[in-house]
Design a protein around this ligand. Structure first.
Ligand code: ADP
Ligand code: MG
Length: 693
């Protein structure tokens, strides 16, 4: 059977043996198939010989020419240098090798050579440093170094050349045994090359066109499997029935009356989408994205109250205690006139009260439970949970979403609304969040002036502090944020406690300065936060605990010390704490940006307030894995697929995979059924892995 051939241990391939097999194992290559699917990192195009006169600084190219003269010498630092001038009739090129004294014996004047390397400019003339080379005859067209050569990511013990040889051997012998997954139908429709062709050409392409076609095919395959898992997951959710809420005009009117403002068009639009979900019998599984400050909470309140009006319990989960407490306060105000039993459940609450609360939730006395991940604790049971809202979804994992959903009532699935201020770049919305429907709030409430952002170099710090004082004299408030809590965590950074004292006693003497950090008792945190809201403090010195969600409209300054220590998403979230009223707000970024990356981050912050742009830049800077925390969000490591740039292929794969799952479950079209079965069987492990959510 061909399958066992591909599953053969790499150790038994000629020339490998136990020792080399171990080295290969470190790259994740254990079987023949692993090696076939170990794709090159990049390629060197040696399929064309370039004229020297066509070369430019920065090109990587191959040239063919005659050695005109050679010279070896030592630099003052006793580095040995071997230099040659090579001409091809169009122009001359200087070749240099450093510290390779033996080179002089390889190369002779009048030799015909092929050179491959990067071209650079040195003292007005073009040169190649340490190029790869081959001595050829005059007639020779590119010989063994010709073609498009694969370059692999390897460990130090392995050389490209010998690895390439191994791959060549295995490709020759085994690539035709790789089985075609797709039906002719898909292959024809998408104009794909056969899998054996793709495997061969991804390693040793005959041409750039073949390489591109092979890449497209293999990327598609990878995305297709992933999207099949997504489709199965989504189907799994949609299959069970949800509640069919009734939300009449009376209920709606009642809810709208509770808001102290008019909803924006965008808020109304997403509320319509949520309304439709809730009133259908399929469970809602929706992601609400909207930049910081766009007013997601009000939308959540709509959904929560609509469910309560239908006699259900609802849960509102936030990632931090501070945020949960804030929601509790906000909703207490909103709901003063509504008859809603509400309570706050956090990990830190006192045990006796907590026990009572848990009991009341179980009895069904409580309509709306606001809390942290304490909500998903084992002991927490609901009597009739019908709707779940998860705020700042990016701070939670897929697992937590599922765990809360499982607390739903009876055999029905509760409706789920997850909210995030980190906009989802297009391609991610088809992958990580591929099982969710998406609604977007794309405008801010009226009367907001965009936050102005400034960099504060060390010598301007005092000016910045004076500026903050002026804002406070105008009646505004300020945040000052530090990366760390106390000096034991140091790394020569100012720490919040010491700094708070310095700011309170010296810089801002006469003003009220509060201090907030993660290690304070929850009750104390809550007290400080609510005191800040009540303007008992002018300045709140804080750690990152205020990162998400905090809403204090009177605060107009966000000063971030050591801004270089924060990620782009964090900086944007922090800046989102201000600019929430009609007053002009200012974000001040303190600190020295030593690394290029931190400078890039700060520059992006100075350039734009648009959360969507920032998220895309962030994704580019950090890559998808870190952007969303791979594990946590079920984002797979694609081998060849590029989640940022392959949007078009993902889209195709997704459409086909969803179609397959849909059709495959209908009994008529047996070919699709067989394919789906085959995929589920063959890739069970992979699909399971993706499905852990
Ligand atoms: P986020 O989307 O970041 O969670 P919030 O829900 O905290 O935003 O809302 C930000 C601020 O805007 C709050 O002070 C809220 O009261 C206010 N707000 C929300 N919607 C409106 C609106 N339609 N008109 C005026 N202010 C609004
Ligand atoms: Mg919020």
């Amino acid at each position: 059977m061909s399958i066992s051939d591909l599953d053969k241990s790499i150790q038994y391939i000629k020339g490998v043996g136990p020792k080399r097999a171990q080295t290969l194992g470190r790259l994740g290559i254990h079987t023949v198939k692993d090696l076939l699917y170990y794709f090159p990192r990049t390629y060197q195009d040696r399929s064309r010989v370039e004229k020297i006169s066509n070369l430019k600084d920065g090109d990587t190219a191959m040239v063919k020419g005659i050695v005109i003269n050679i010279k070896s010498f030592r630099t003052r630092g006793w580095k040995s240098v071997f230099e040659a001038s090579v001409g091809d009739g169009t122009s001359m090129l200087q070749i240099k090798w450093f510290n390779r004294p033996y080179q002089s014996e390889v190369f002779q004047v009048d030799d015909h050579v092929l050179l491959y390397g990067r071209v650079s400019l040195y003292k007005q003339s073009l040169q190649m440093v340490n190029p790869e080379y081959e001595i050829v005859t005059e007639e020779d067209s590119p010989g063994k170094s010709a073609g498009i050569l694969p370059v692999y990511s390897l460990t130090e013990e392995m050389k490209q050349l010998s690895f390439r040889k191994l791959v060549q051997m295995v490709v020759d012998e085994y690539s035709h045994k790789v089985e075609e997954v797709f039906t002719d139908d898909i292959i024809k429709k998408r104009k794909f090359v056969p899998i054996t062709f793709a495997i061969k050409n991804i390693h040793f392409p005959d041409s750039m066109e073949n390489l591109e076609e092979s890449k497209r095919r293999l990327k598609y395959e990878e995305f297709f499997l992933f999207e099949t898992a997504m489709a199965l997951r989504k189907r799994g959710i949609k299959e069970v029935s949800g509640y069919k809420f009734r939300i009449g005009q009376n209920v709606e009117k009642h809810i709208y009356k509770l808001f102290p403002f008019e909803l924006t068009k965008s808020q109304q639009k997403v509320i319509r989408e949520i309304h439709e979900d809730m009133c259908s019998e399929k469970p809602m599984n929706r992601l609400l994205q909207g930049d910081v400050g766009s007013g997601k909470t009000a939308v959540a309140v709509y959904a929560l109250l609509a469910a309560v009006a239908n006699g259900f319990q609802t849960a509102f989960m936030a990632p931090t205690e501070i945020l949960a407490e804030q929601h509790y306060r906000t909703l207490s105000v909103f709901l003063k006139k509504a008859e809603v039993e509400m309570l706050l459940l956090t990990g830190g609450a006192k045990t006796k009260i907590k026990k009572e609360n848990i009991e009341r939730i179980k009895q069904g006395d409580i309509d709306l439970i606001i809390g942290t991940h304490a909500l998903i604790d084992k002991g927490v049971e609901f009597k009739k949970l019908g709707l779940i809202v998860i705020d700042e979804q990016h701070k939670f994992g897929v697992m937590q979403r599922t765990r809360l959903r499982q607390k739903g009532y009876d055999k029905h699935e509760p409706d789920v609304l997850v909210m995030t201020a980190t906009p989802i770049p297009r391609s991610l919305s088809l992958t990580v969040f591929g099982d969710l429907d998406i609604s977007t709030i794309d405008e801010l409430p009226p009367g907001r002036t965009p936050v102005e952002t400034y960099r504060v170099p060390a010598k301007k710090e005092n000016d910045a502090y004076r500026f903050i004082r002026k804002e406070i004299e105008k009646g505004r408030q300020a945040f000052v944020v530090f990366p760390l809590v106390d000096e034991s965590e140091k790394l020569d950074l100012k720490s919040a406690t010491v700094e708070a004292e310095r700011l309170r006693d010296k810089v801002f003497s006469g003003l009220n300065v509060g201090l907030l950090h993660g290690q304070l008792k929850p009750e104390l945190k809550d007290l400080i936060m609510s005191d800040f809201v009540k303007h008992k403090y002018d300045i709140l010195v804080s750690t990152i605990v205020i990162e998400v969600g905090i809403d204090v409209p009177n605060a107009t300054v966000m000063a971030i010390e050591h801004a270089e220590r924060f990620g782009l998403a964090q900086l944007h979230q922090l800046r989102g704490r201000i600019g929430r009223s009609e007053h002009q707000s200012y974000c001040l970024l303190f600190g020295i940006q030593k690394s290029i990356e931190s400078r890039q981050r700060i520059n992006i912050m100075l350039e734009t307030n648009d959360g969507f742009k920032i998220a895309e830049e962030d994704l580019k800077l950090r890559g998808p894995g870190e952007f969303f925390g791979t594990r946590q969000h079920g984002l797979p490591e694609f081998k060849i697929g590029d989640i940022i740039n392959d949007y078009d292929i993902i889209k195709l794969a997704r459409a086909d995979a969803f179609e397959l799952v849909k059709e495959g479950y209908k009994s008529k079209d047996s070919e699709k059924q067989i394919l789906l079965k085959k995929i589920i069987e063959k890739f069970k492990d992979k699909l399971d892995l993706i499905n852990t959510g």
